[in-house]
Design a protein around this ligand. Structure first.
Ligand SMILES: CC(=O)N[C@H]1[C@@H](OP(=O)(O)OP(=O)(O)OC[C@H]2O[C@@H](n3ccc(=O)[nH]c3=O)[C@H](O)[C@@H]2O)O[C@H](CO)[C@@H](O)[C@@H]1O
Length: 383
């Protein structure tokens, strides 16, 4: 089976795609995955690192950018479609899955026009514009929140959760590694969050009395690392402050408490890794979708949420102190987070991809050019 995954931009869109890709290629040695993204997205760095081929198209967003940006985006669409047709004709995928982000729209649209089976994966409780439009065309819409169902045609929706990268899945079985100090992991989605960085630095002066008992691992995003590092140092706290955490699995495993945004992929990871969290949704997310995402965890008792506008450093410090002082409550929150986890999401997505391929091309998949074909011996047992 060959799956083409389109989209990316940020980690929240890309990493569920990587998780699906990992599942597909581990199922059978002849299975292949190719990604299509944009040169300015996170995929340009992460996909090659993960060992998957990546094609680029030039694509732009259409929503919320003003009239000229909209016009620019619309004018760029025909070129993006032509590039997508070329890529699809070259790779001849059995299934195309859009994960959101700029490249997703044109590639999934082109695949649909060519009669290739298509699906989209919507990570959030409130879908973005592209997925709402594509949802009308594709065969299957994967959602992670029940709230997202109502935006898509009935009968196409499959509620499977957000796929989690393989390395993070290790935490499903072993969510803690031994460590000496109470450890707080602070991160602001894949790009970091200045607002959250500031609140955390402001909180430190209210945590001085427990500074010997507490450690921080803090991801800042670009251009804020020095300022935040200095913030911890000035107050005498031990903290690992980095721009981006490559190994989130290790970071979660060490964390007793997570302070973060409420991006959908982050939340899926918190539940699979069974982590208690303080959530501060990104206040400018389209339709406030991060707050809606967060609600599921808050209502289940797995997290507490603060709106950024109402969160002072002092309030954040009080909440950290409170949770640190109540290990039983933290354990309960972890348990409740775990109950929401969907560790099988990538498997379920991959199963549906196989079904889509079989329905359209039969069990052997599409005929390919010899250099691209699966080894002869394996064809009978595909996928
Ligand atoms: C500002 C914005 O619109 N953000 C959106 C974006 O968020 P964003 O890209 O921030 O995505 P999420 O918070 O959902 O996921 C972040 C991902 O990045 C990984 N990670 C994070 C930090 C780090 O240092 N290293 C690392 O690997 C996390 O493990 C996770 O896999 O996509 C999400 C999923 O559609 C949406 O819910 C968010 O609202």
């Amino acid at each position: 089976m060959k799956v083409l995954i389109a989209g990316g931009g940020t980690g929240g869109h890309l990493f569920p795609g990587i998780a699906l890709a990992e599942e597909v290629v581990t199922r059978h040695h002849a299975n292949q995955v190719v990604f299509v993204g944009t040169e300015r997205g996170l995929e340009a760095r992460v996909v090659p690192q993960a060992g998957f081929p990546l094609e680029f198209i030039q694509a732009q967003g259409l929503k919320g950018k003003g009239f000229f940006q909209l016009l620019k985006g619309l004018l760029a669409l025909p070129m993006a479609l032509i590039a997508s047709f070329r890529i699809l004709n070259r790779h001849k995928p059995d299934v195309v899955v859009g994960v959101g982000g700029y490249a997703s729209g044109p590639v999934v649209l082109a695949a649909w026009m060519l009669g290739i089976p298509t699906a989209v994966q919507e990570q959030n409780a409130l879908p973005g514009l592209t997925n709402k439009v594509l949802g009308k065309l594709v065969k299957v819409v994967f959602v992670a929140f029940d709230e997202a169902r109502r935006f898509f045609p009935e009968g196409k929706v499959q509620l499977v959760g957000n796929p989690i990268r393989r390395k993070l899945m290790d935490n499903y079985l072993r969510s803690h590694v031994a460590h000496e100090y109470f450890t707080v992991l602070v991160f602001g989605g894949s790009l970091g969050a200045r607002g959250l960085n500031q609140r955390m630095v402001d909180a430190l002066e209210h945590l001085k009395d427990v500074k010997e008992q507490i450690r921080f691992v803090h991801q800042t995003g670009k251009n804020d690392v020095e300022r935040v590092r200095k913030g911890y140092a000035d107050q005498g706290f031990q903290a690992e402050v980095v721009e981006f955490i490559e190994d989130m699995s290790a970071a979660y495993a060490r964390a007793d408490l997570v302070v973060c945004r409420a991006g959908a992929t982050t939340l899926a990871e918190l539940t699979v890794c069974k982590k208690a969290s303080i959530l501060v949704p990104f206040p400018f997310a389209t339709d406030d979708h991060q707050a809606v995402n967060a609600r599921a965890l808050v209502e289940a008792g797995a997290a507490v949420m603060f709106r950024e506008a109402e969160l002072t450093g002092q309030k954040l410090a009080e909440q950290i102190r409170l949770l640190k002082s109540e290990p039983m409550r933290l354990k309960q929150m972890e348990k409740k987070a775990g109950l929401l986890g969907r560790p099988e999401a990538s498997k379920e997505l991959a199963d549906v991809c196989v079904d889509l391929m079989v329905q359209t091309y039969g069990a052997a998949g599409r005929e390919r050019e010899p250099q691209d074909a699966a080894p002869k011996t394996s064809k009978a047992s595909k996928p």
